[in-house]
Design a protein around this ligand. Structure first.
Ligand SMILES: [Mg+2]
Length: 183
């Protein structure tokens, strides 16, 4: 069994940083509850590229990036007991230095760290189970017949569960689902 775990919105929550940067840069006032759709940049009237730039800039403040939940280091260790578990992140490669420093700080370890381009559909990679928060990635993974675990976030709440697409609120639930799947 091979398991792919996403980084942003699943392990790392940089939202308070990129929201602050967006608010400063574009003179707006948004909080996490306003980010209720994946392409929310349309809602606030900025381009996708502007959002991507702010997002990359947020990672320069890696020391202030939160973990999405407590105990991730231990929970990922448990998942690694089920099979090869990789961090699979689709992003601008120039942020990877900061990502590596954040991972070192958080002490979360993986078998491998895999970086793909921002728009690459991860479902094409050779994994059986994916944990991701992107509605686009999750839908594609499920359509390919793999097990898609959607990590609960306001921007994916419109995605409905079905056979191989399961909503998880935290990694305790991820562990439960993988454990049942294994049997
Ligand atoms: Mg993500």
């Amino acid at each position: 069994m091979k398991i792919a775990v996403d980084l942003d919105g699943v392990l790392a929550d940089a939202s308070k940083i990129w929201m602050r940067l967006l608010n400063e840069k574009f003179d707006i006032l948004i909080d996490k509850n306003d980010v209720d759709q994946w392409d929310f940049w349309k809602k606030i009237g900025i381009s996708k590229q502007s959002f991507e730039d702010v997002f990359d800039e947020a990672w320069k403040e890696w020391q202030s990036i939160d973990e999405t939940e407590t105990g991730l280091q231990q929970k990922i260790q448990v998942i690694r007991g089920f099979g090869k578990t990789d961090l699979v992140t689709a992003r601008n490669k120039k942020t990877m230095n900061d990502v590596m420093k954040w991972l070192e700080m958080s002490k979360i370890t993986f078998d491998e760290i895999v970086v793909v381009d921002e728009y690459y559909l991860k479902g094409n990679l050779d994994y059986d189970i994916f944990v991701d928060d992107s509605p686009i990635q999750i839908t594609e993974i499920a359509n390919l017949g793999k097990l898609a675990l959607v990590y609960n976030q306001p921007w994916n709440s419109h995605i409905s569960s079905r056979d191989n697409l399961i909503r998880v609120r935290d990694f305790t639930e991820v562990i439960e689902v993988i454990n049942d799947y294994k049997i």
